[in-house]
Design a protein around this ligand. Structure first.
Ligand SMILES: OB(O)c1ccc2cc[nH]c2c1
Length: 254
């Protein structure tokens, strides 16, 4: 998988050199490249923004640097992946589609992702139009109903959620199967040794007996029950989504 990130704050993406994502890059599972948007300007101040036409607070990102940056990134990517290669261009944006595990699953199968990090009040609308008119697939993604100061933090989160699903990145692929949201539900409660823990306050807390039974069928049933109960309590919306999908045969032909 190739990932390009266009930003005015490359240093914000430094955490992508660490841990599993960093190892995936070193192992050649992910080719991740960061591009400084200001490198695609031509004035002394390397200007990427201007005042909003029609008035209003703040500044808007100019279309010219973005168009030049996309042209360079697309050319570089096609030189590496083939002239027919075409990326999914993702704009983190509070007005975007909610990013969810199903989205991460989908995007983890794509050969090429390009992230465009907005700043200020946002990016000139004509940049989105320019990409769409060029036949480039564009997605606007939101982490949730709150606003950050730019797209970089969202790119860190989305990249981690996506890249960890790329085969070979996580050592034990089985650990991806029973985690929250992998089956549309929240994960069951986890326990490890000691089976009886005496806390700092002197309270002894024991692990549920079923987990020490060695009866794998009972353990699986308990975990399924706990997962459903925890989801119903904390995220009832996920239950109704799941029931809707099951009623309509999720995955069947439309
Ligand atoms: O909350 B966000 O994901 C986000 C994304 C991009 C921009 C650009 C300016 N503010 C932003 C916020």
């Amino acid at each position: 998988m190739r990932i390009d990130v266009i930003t005015i704050f490359p240093e914000y993406l430094a955490p992508l050199e660490l841990s599993l994502i960093g190892k995936a890059r070193r192992d050649g599972l992910v080719d991740l490249r960061i591009h400084q948007l200001r490198d695609f300007t031509h004035d002394r101040h390397r200007t990427v923004d201007d005042t909003p036409l029609g008035g209003g607070a703040g500044m808007v990102m100019k279309p010219e640097p973005w168009a030049e940056a996309f042209a360079a990134v697309l050319a570089d990517g096609r030189a590496a992946l083939g002239e027919d290669a075409s990326p999914l261009v993702i704009f983190p944006n509070p007005a975007g589609e909610p990013f969810a595990q199903a989205t991460a699953q989908d995007w983890s199968t794509r050969p090429w992702l390009v992230f465009a990090c907005g700043r200020y009040e946002g990016i000139d609308e004509r940049v989105y139009e320019h990409l769409a008119d060029a036949g480039i697939e564009v997605a606007l993604a939101s982490l949730g109903d709150y606003v950050l100061n730019g797209g970089e933090v969202a790119v860190l989160a989305i990249t981690e959620a996506v890249v960890r699903l790329v085969p070979g990145v996580v050592g034990n692929a089985a650990s991806l199967v029973e985690e929250s949201h992998s089956d549309g539900l929240l994960e069951y409660p986890l326990y490890t040794r000691p089976a009886a823990w005496t806390g700092p306050d002197g309270t002894v807390r024991e692990v549920p007996e079923v987990l020490l039974s060695g009866n794998h069928a009972r353990i699986a049933a308990w975990r399924a029950e706990q997962s459903l109960a925890r989801t119903a309590e904390r995220r009832p919306d996920l239950i109704s989504c799941r029931e809707g999908a099951q009623q309509h045969g999720a995955g069947d032909a439309p």
